[in-house]
Ligand binder design. Sequence first.
Ligand SMILES: [Zn+2]
Length: 392
Amino acid sequence: MRSTSRTEAFPAHTPAASQIFTTVLSHGPLTRSEIAARTRLSAAAVTKAVRPLIEAGYLLEDVDEDARQPSLGRPANPVLVDGGRALFIGVKMTGDELIAVLTDLCCRIRVARHVPLTTHDPKAVLASTAALVQELLTEADGFGVRVQGLGIAVSGDVDRAAGVVRYSPFLEWRDVPLAELAAMTTGLPVTVDNDVRALTVAEQWFGAGVGLSDFAVVTVGAGIGCGLVVHGQVVSGAHGVAGEIGHVAIDPAGPLCHCGNRGCVEAIAADSAIVGKVREVTGVQVADAAAALDLAHEGDPGAREVYARAGEAIGRGIATVANLLGPERVIISGEGLAAYDLFAEQIRDAFAAAAFGSAARCDVQTRPLPFEEWARGAAATAIQSFIRSDTY
Ligand SMILES: [Zn+2]
């Protein structure tokens, strides 16, 4: 077992320093005055915070090599993050698979691995996770740089501060102290977060959310999830639950949801809901979401109607987000996008009908993000924990 003493402390001791580093990570290379403008901090504060980060090798000065001047430390030199300075591991857990990536400090994927899950028993899942992390730690040795943290992304109600999975429907877990258990088995500092929130961090830093202060990520597939960024912060809620548009009830007489309520978006538009409804409507015992999708693509009117209804539910869910928070953009992603041609029109129409006033101006985009991107999001949460001085 590896000891956590292998990891080192990040030399940023103030929230401002973490903010500066994150700004350079998303937007760099940037000059100190550009950093000051973006963070609204003083030039003196930026210079003071940047110095130890350069000394410790986390930031590099983009010196003009051709000029060959002793220009180091000149405020006009842009600074950028040295991605090779540290490595991180991100793991996304689904109901039937673990997806793991080894990333650098800029969250670029260096190695990706998948292993199937045959059981949901927490001990067995933890053993598979530890073995996968060990494989990536061995890969990391080849880079000659330490792995500084492990991020694990799980769907459901996850308390990041406590490191506990309160409830994960697909894994059928309740109150599993995952961060503590994974830290014991891997020897790494562990951050556990809701999977959609983790994906939202990656989108905020590197994806379609860069530069936006208010946006949402809506994921469709096994569940219907939503990550929210408000005033530049990923929202976790007072109790670790926020943005649960999957459980916005849109039809009180609708199908029963696993949460105990009726007519939730998830009870109409999640994969299992679609499969169940397609079986009921068409009488064809489709095996899974892929088979249901095939049937609809073959033109079966009953199956197509089920997707149309799912699209309507998703569109109304997105309109609820737009009406409450007025995001600039909503990014729709998730494995359910495979059916997008079957429900895009209904999503658009239902959104337009239910969004109030200027909220309808929100830019709704689709963005296919494979599970490696979700695992990358988990690595981003580990980077976030590493560079933050104030929390977790
Ligand atoms: Zn529900």
